[in-house]
Design a binder for this molecule. Structure first.
Ligand SMILES: [Zn+2]
Length: 264
């Protein structure tokens, strides 16, 4: 028997049917490979999604029967496609990938709950709509967790903290401090134009295809006050996300009981 691991990939094929039930929750870390300014690595969103998922499962895995799926590491990053290193899927292939995964999850695993832990804001809009198809077409009971918005530690929306800024840098100082290039964090340059950030990104009355090579938004590719980052804030965000996720996943199970009527 696999001992304490709750990664689906660590199980043997017979163990899948012994250990998972229709009420088990599959946790899918979803990231992106994209520029994060001069101080954070391309795989920042992968690390955030994967490490938070690992910690959520370490904390609530037994109570809520959580299982970690292999990470989807490339997402929708066209707003960063000017930068070396950024890898992006088209919306079409992103949706096709997730629909194929949903179909195969239903074929290969007893679990019918899927919680996507989304490390990249650019994946959000499509994921929100896609949930309806994953539910309607495949019978999966789903949710997407957006860690930086779920965290009660501070509000990124009011602080103009968009990308590679204060909260993301703080979290990386906790999850992968060896990958943060602290000497490359420059206080003066961000944000170049707070009004442009408010108008192009945060105006809820209109959507624009904003990009991180727009000099009004950023001089470095990062948007937000990375110089104000700290491991203390990072730890507070990580702890808050892990704590808040329990309530989210209990709501997910409630939805399954109310809407999906699990077998026997
Ligand atoms: Zn990021």
């Amino acid at each position: 028997m696999a001992p304490s691991s709750r990664a689906v990939g660590d199980l043997t094929s017979p163990e899948v049917t012994q250990r998972l039930r229709d009420t088990s929750i599959l946790c899918l870390p979803m990231g992106a490979i994209e520029q994060h300014g001069r101080h954070l690595p391309l795989n920042t969103d992968v690390i955030v999604a994967e490490e938070l998922t690992r910690r959520i499962i370490a904390r609530w895995g037994e109570e809520l029967d959580l299982w970690q799926l292999p990470t989807v590491s490339i997402g929708l990053s066209r707003e960063h496609d000017w930068a070396p290193g950024t890898l992006s899927l088209t919306i079409q292939s992103f949706v096709a990938l997730l629909r194929d995964m949903a179909r195969d999850i239903v074929r290969a695993l007893p679990a019918r709950n899927l919680a996507i832990v989304n490390g990249h804001g650019g994946n959000r809009g499509v994921l929100e709509n896609l949930l309806h198809e994953l539910s309607g077409d495949f019978g999966l009971n789903t949710c997407v967790i957006h860690p930086f918005d779920l965290s009660k530690a501070e509000s990124p929306v009011t602080s103009g903290d968009v990308h590679g800024g204060k909260s993301e840098t703080s979290v990386m100082l906790v999850l992968a401090p060896q990958l943060v290039r602290r000497e490359m964090i420059t206080p003066a340059r961000s944000p170049p134009d707070a009004e442009a950030i408010a108008a192009l990104i945060f105006d809820r009355g209109v959507s624009f295809p904003w990009r991180t090579d727009d000099p009004r938004l950023t001089a470095t590719g990062a948007i937000g006050a990375a110089h104000a980052a700290s491991p203390e804030l990072g730890q507070a965000i990580v702890d808050s996300v892990v704590a808040e996720t329990r309530g989210v996943l209990r709501r997910l199970l409630e939805n399954q009981r109310a809407l999906h009527r699990p077998r026997g």
